[in-house]
Design a protein around this ligand. Sequence first.
Ligand code: FAD
Ligand code: NAP
Length: 867
Amino acid sequence: MTETDRPEPDVDVVVVGAGIAGLYLIYRLSRAGYRLRVFEAADDLGGTWYWNRYPGARVDVPSIDYMYSFDPDWQRDWQWSEKYARQPEILRYLNHVADKHDLRRHLTFSTRVRQAGWDDDASLWRVRTDRGDDVTARFVVMATGCLSVPKQTEIDGLERFTGEVYFTSRWPHDPVDFTGKRVAVIGTGSSGVQSIPIIAQEARQVVVFQRTPTFSIPAHNGQLSPERLAQFAANEADYRSAARMSPGGIPMERSITPTFSVTETEREQRYERAWEIGELFEAINVYADVMSNPAANHEFAEFFRNKIRAIVDDPQTATDLCPTDYPVATKRPCLDTNYYATYNLPHVRLVNIRKHPIRQVTETGIDTTDESFTFDAIVFATGFDAVTGAITEVDIRGRNGLALKDKWANGPQTYLGLTTAGFPNLFLITGPGSPSVLSNMAVSIEQHVDWVLDCLGHLCARGFAVIEPTETAETGWTQHVSDCADITLFPAANSWYMGANVPGKPRVFLPYCAGVDFYRASCDEVVAHDYLGFTLSGRGGTECNDGVVRRLQPDVEMVLNRMAAMNLPTMESMPVEDARAFYNQMSAVRPPGPDVGEIVDGTLPGTSGALAYRLYRPPTTPGPRPIIVYFHGGGWVVGDAISDDPLCRDLCVRSDAIVISADYRHAPEHRFPAAVDDAMAAVRWVADNAEALGGIPGLLAVCGWNAGGGLAAVVCRLARDMGGPNIIGQALLTPSTDGDMARASFTDNADGYGLTTALVRWLYDHYIDIADRRDPRFAPLRATDLSGLPPAIVVTAEFDPVRDDGDAYAIALEAAGVPTEHVRARGHTHKSVTMVDVAISGAPVRARIAKALRQFFAATRTPEPAS
Ligand code: FAD
Ligand code: NAP
């Protein structure tokens, strides 16, 4: 079918849902002149705030932040009555906005979209509803909400119960009177925490059935804080813009202070302040590493637990209310008013159903395994099939009849959380892979809708009718979303963020957790690069600038961004002495790395005088350990025995071996092959003195990073050829193994990833003459025979000029019959894997290095039985 043959659709856009997202879509689409239909299952607008009318329902983000920003004169006709508005007020606000901007006329209520199918020939969607509508549209936008599909009850016998049954997520419109009644509440997430204190004010008896306790902080509701009001009043436009560029959608500086970099007293004061302020985002932001460092998180969690113990009178109830099996904030924390104190009331009781599981609902109440309760009413506050539930509930069929539900059977895949491959012209507002539920959703929704509108405008202006993400872009984004989660503690909890609350739902971290600011930057970058990762087609032909928008590990990218912002001079622009001072200065501000059992500084005889070494002994049981001789990085020019201190500590602890970081002479004072001679001398000395150093004679491996990785490789070959010492394994971390700068990695990664090609050239030139660069003592890759070398682990980094050197060396070792584990560190740079406690994504790579070293030692300790 040609473009001109194509049938005109009934409308340009079908929008599903009339919550905050649906309403803003109507505002933008109608003003831009699009023809639209908007279907809403409820009989009125408001979404979340239409459905969740339970007692105590209110926002957990200050109202002044949780509102639209598109209406600059809103203050003329609207005022928030308190810091955290209640549900009726929010619903009134949404109705007010709809009326003020005449949005209601586009809405079709009491109509559920059941099906949406893509007609590839006609390039349009056919949308069907439960009321018989059959509408064709060029685009479909799912504004169906992240928390709009209530979870099934999963508790036997509910149909037998003769009393009243309520779901917080489907609360009746008429007020429910609990006066004098015996009420059960099941569920202690945000909805339970908000409703329990209010229900307890009326009811004769309240029994709360708790499966997992929650972390909750007091909301201290009332007037908005004077600081925020002042900030807001000074300039609303700046305030809103700061919200858009913030981590969570509320103006706030991201904390960069690690927990344990300040004193215990200071930390206690900081936690106390967060408790007093009563704002969730503020609380999570107390220290930079609360969501990534288990020890930091544990301390913060303990602060919460102490608060609970201090409020709740009955010690057993207090213990049951203290969460202990997941890190704080890995499940959505709650904001409450008198939640914990409610358990001090004589008619309120907590039943820990992990200890006393619910057996069934009976005609008159609830039976646990060891008690029968009688109730007049049961309230279910049991949550939602979150993020994906409302999307997969609709039978959405993309190209070739592919069902979205099937495509997402093992977890959702999206590009930017906004689109999904195989489903052209389908947009998801706050879909999986967007910051959505981890952010102030009002800000995220506006950003999504704005992006969609810009995209439609672009298609129209360029004569394109269809847009669809590529598999490459989608796979890249899905990987990035998961990388972001993997450097946090989020995956450690059985949360609805992980899909863990719904039996059978795949365990995938659903939202994007790197922040609204980073997310927005990605969306903007995609547009700036001609819709990177999208295929656009139509009258104007087909265009695709395929690619992946985020390829670096998220924490590595943050470090690089921070370094770039500092605008530091390059080392190669400095005299060598200054470069060394600069290198040391940069090293001084790193986190120290883990504690080891003992550190001993000493000297050993080099080929031309004493060489410094630092010995790290593991903190485990006393007794001799295997030894790893480590050679530091620094391109033969900078660095010393202690310059890789955090890495050596980490290596020592993880491998449970003694690490001896041995210095070597540096260029330009001592050019090639001085460093090699010293490295060889160091290994010999350590082997000869293994026992005195606390080592196990014969259990000696070498390791090195960068130039040190090259030295470790060279030493292995020299030891083989010189008849000793016996080295049983080699761990080479982004090693320099060749002098050939014509390799692609030198051009692909010439700039921007820490080690630049210009710096490599500067280091080579200081160290070695061009004529010597094929000497295998500099370029072990050039050795004619690599057979018989010790087993190896070779780590290469994706964004590293010397990546191809290392790759080639790993391949050459394998080809020579050397057992070799080749780890390609995806999204890493030359240095990032060594950044202990800074680039958390490097930790699994270091764990693999340590594991390999342990295996080298174990294989030597336990010889293979004779066959
Ligand atoms: P929703 O408000 O969920 O609206 C989606 C609409 O789509 C619903 O009305 C639904 O009926 C309709 N729909 C779904 N499927 C179909 C279909 N197939 N056919 C027709 N219609 C359909 N976020 C915050 O940032 N701060 C808060 O303080 C906060 N508090 C919350 C409190 C509660 C009780 C809950 C449940 C959530 C809260 N959230 C909060 C998250 C909240 O969901 C979002 O902030 C926001 O309201 C979502 O708006 P939305 O328009 O995307 O989705
Ligand atoms: P939720 O956080 O998922 O909490 C559901 C609760 O029910 C949990 O305690 C859960 O225990 C329990 N539960 C679920 N199934 C159960 C079963 N079969 N038996 C016993 N207990 C069961 O749901 P929610 O409280 O409705 O909140 C969902 C999200 O909506 C919040 O996280 C928040 O984002 C938003 N919300 C915000 C506010 C606000 O303050 N503004 C208010 C309400 C909701 P487990 O933890 O063990 O699964």
